[in-house]
Design a protein around this ligand. Structure first.
Ligand code: SAM
Length: 239
């Protein structure tokens, strides 16, 4: 963020350099939580370290999660999709050393033709972190889940770490209360009230798109990690 722009004057706009810089800057303070959350997501990728696979990160932002995947999996290929050219530029910088295994698509996943750039690509997993809630409308999210199902190969996994609405208003107070105990380990509480779906609803939409073994794999108040598999889920026997 430029020093001349007070934080109070910024609003969420992924095409505004000042907002993007501010958002990225703010994540530094959240690094321990984000590392933990990204760790959960990465742990669920059902691939041995030497496996060659391609995954899509929908709403990739600056490529923070992708760095973790590319580091662990030397034969993984990442396709980063984001509506924001500024975010994709940040990701390109961050992932420069993996340039031969990364590609970037600027696309708006609220449109129904956003997958056209991916024709014939074999996608073994789709991930998303704190991005799809931006669609706001359940109908758009359900359409996106159907698109993602269509992109995946048989056995492909979809994992979405995102904000959800808590199913009861009083849980807002509980989230704040529990989040204020530093030894509890919860992220600071509250929020989530304007989110398009509860975790249960989201899992229902994943199932409706055709995924099986759909579930919420992790949840704390307004944050959930959920998803499902296109056809039978195959998991390696041991790490
Ligand atoms: C909160 S950021 C999260 C970025 C990244 N996943 C992370 O966790 O570091 C949300 C991202 O979703 C992207 N995004 C929002 N709406 C989108 C849309 N309709 N199509 C594609 N990307 C979108 C934004 O540009 C932004 O990079």
């Amino acid at each position: 963020m430029t020093t001349s722009t007070p934080t109070s004057e910024l609003h969420e706009d992924w095409f505004d350099e000042r907002w993007v810089a501010h958002w990225i800057d703010r994540q530094r303070a959240r690094e321990p939580q984000r590392n933990r959350q990204f760790g959960l997501l990465r742990a669920m990728l059902p691939f041995g370290v030497d496996t060659e696979f391609t995954y899509l990160n929908v709403g990739s932002g600056p490529g923070t999660f992708d760095e973790l995947v590319l580091q662990r999996y030397p034969r993984a290929r990442s396709i980063l999709v984001d509506v924001s050219p500024l975010m994709l530029e940040r990701a390109r910088e961050r992932l420069r050393r993996f340039a031969d295994r990364t590609s970037y698509i600027q696309a708006d996943f609220s449109t129904r033709d956003w997958t056209s750039a991916l024709d014939d690509t074999h996608v073994h997993a789709v991930v998303s972190c704190i991005a799809i809630h931006n669609l706001r409308e359940p109908a758009l999210i359900r359409a996106l889940y159907a698109d993602l199902y269509g992109l995946l190969v048989d056995g492909g996994l979809f994992l979405n770490l995102d904000y959800v609405r808590m199913p009861a208003a009083e849980l807002q107070a509980m989230a704040r209360w529990a989040g204020a105990d530093p030894e509890g380990g919860f992220m600071p509480g509250g929020g989530g009230s304007g989110m398009p779906g509860t975790a249960d609803e989201q899992v229902g939409w994943v199932r409706e798109a055709g995924f099986i073994a759909a579930d919420c794999f992790y949840k704390e108040f307004r944050l959930a990690l959920f998803g499902g598999c296109k056809g039978a889920l195959r998991v390696p026997e041991a790490r």
